[in-house]
Design a protein around this ligand. Structure first.
Ligand code: H2U
Ligand code: ZN
Length: 351
């Protein structure tokens, strides 16, 4: 069969993890751009901000007081979207008006006591503490019988809706398996049943052989721009070994994960020489008591930026109404990220 050239022709790519499609228009990257491309003024934050509700020793908006914590610190979200208490009764008016109660637990993870250090500028040892906290939290929440899924995520940067610049993430553990996870679970289990090997392990093999979408890697992890990426600089972090959740990671794999997260986020900051906003999160095996043998642990990074620190991609129009579309092909985005330095631009400037 003749192959068409992915770099020249409009095409659609299939996302085997969700079963959905993304439209790619590589020819449009040649179109003129007259919008602004400006650099952001560099921001310096203090090590400790007396007004920050996440800094050690400070009072939170919910009136609780943070302990004088010295490493990664987790607390119950004072304005939790979900509640652990069961709700009695049901709501249902026929087939068209359906609702179900949902229980859950929401927590906040302060990555470090330092107000001024985000993941790319934390040390590998400090990021390892975050990895350990994520794994511990997963175990703790998994032990609650009503929790069926533990979503660990980070909204990074005001552009992504982060409410505070103090480096932090969140955990929402839910009594229901949310939409995205349902899609991924269906696709991964169907693939395993058919091929006897996990979808993401076969996918990783293809990417390692092709090489053109790799960003960086180490002995245990690979960061790449997925073939089906929707956001311009979207990436995935995949384990080389088939593991389903963070608590399964061995000590050496956790160190290696801290290393890959640091290197990937440094590359992101270096892309436009500005703090790079994103939503990232882990997709772990659901904790509903089922085996989910096809499930492979992975992280998604969804960054909104397109051309500069201020020009973002909007999911509007056709994308909102029909299906996502991108101009710059995944291979070009990967090549740009792969070519960047792993020395943070702020550190490079200090030399
Ligand atoms: P985001 O920046 O991603 O919104 O996360 C901050 C979370 O911190 C948010 O969910 C919680 C908010 O509810 N929060 C507290 O729990 N206590 C506070 O004192 C302020 C913010
Ligand atoms: Zn702070």
């Amino acid at each position: 069969m003749e192959h068409f050239n992915l770099a020249d022709h409009p095409h659609r790519r299939h996302n085997p993890l969700t079963g959905e499609w993304v439209m790619v228009s590589p020819h449009r990257t040649k179109r003129p751009w007259q919008g602004q491309v400006e650099k952001l003024p560099s921001e310096t934050r203090p090590r400790h901000d007396p007004l920050c509700y996440l800094c050690p020793g400070n009072t939170r908006a919910g009136r609780a007081v943070n302990p004088p914590y010295e490493q990664t610190f987790v607390f119950e979200n004072d304005f939790a979207a979900l509640m652990p208490a069961p709700v009695a009764g049901e709501f249902s008016q026929g087939e068209l008006l359906r609702a179900e109660p949902v229980q859950g637990i929401c927590r906040v993870v302060c990555f470090s006591p330092r107000h001024d250090l985000a993941l790319p500028e934390m040390s590998v040892a400090e990021i390892r503490q975050v990895v350990d906290a994520w794994a511990e939290q997963t175990l703790d929440l998994d032990a609650k019988p009503f929790i069926r899924y533990v979503q660990i995520f980070e909204n990074c940067g005001a552009m992504m809706g982060a409410s505070n610049p103090h480096p932090h993430g969140q955990i929402w553990a839910t009594g229901a398996i949310p939409n995205e996870l349902r899609k991924e679970e269906k696709q991964q289990e169907a693939y395993l049943a058919l091929h006897k090997t996990p979808l993401l392990m076969d996918y990783l093999k293809l990417e390692l052989a092709a090489g053109e979408r790799l960003v960086c890697a180490n002995s245990s992890w690979v960061a790449l721009v997925p073939f089906w990426a929707v956001w311009p600089f979207e990436t995935m972090v995949l384990p080389r070994r088939p593991v389903g959740s963070l608590p399964e990671l061995a000590a050496q794999e956790r160190d290696a994960l801290a290393d890959i997260l640091k290197r990937l986020t440094i590359r992101y900051d270096n892309l436009f020489e500005a703090p790079f906003p994103y939503s990232m999160g882990w997709h772990q095996r659901p904790t509903d008591g089922e085996a989910h043998p096809g499930w492979i642990l992975h992280a998604h990074f969804y960054p909104p930026l397109l051309r500069s620190a201020t020009v973002r991609k909007f999911m509007v129009g056709f994308e909102l109404l029909s299906e996502p579309q991108r101009d710059i092909p995944a291979e070009l985005a990967a090549a740009r990220l792969a070519a960047l330095s792993e020395t943070h631009y702020r550190q490079a400037a200090d030399r």
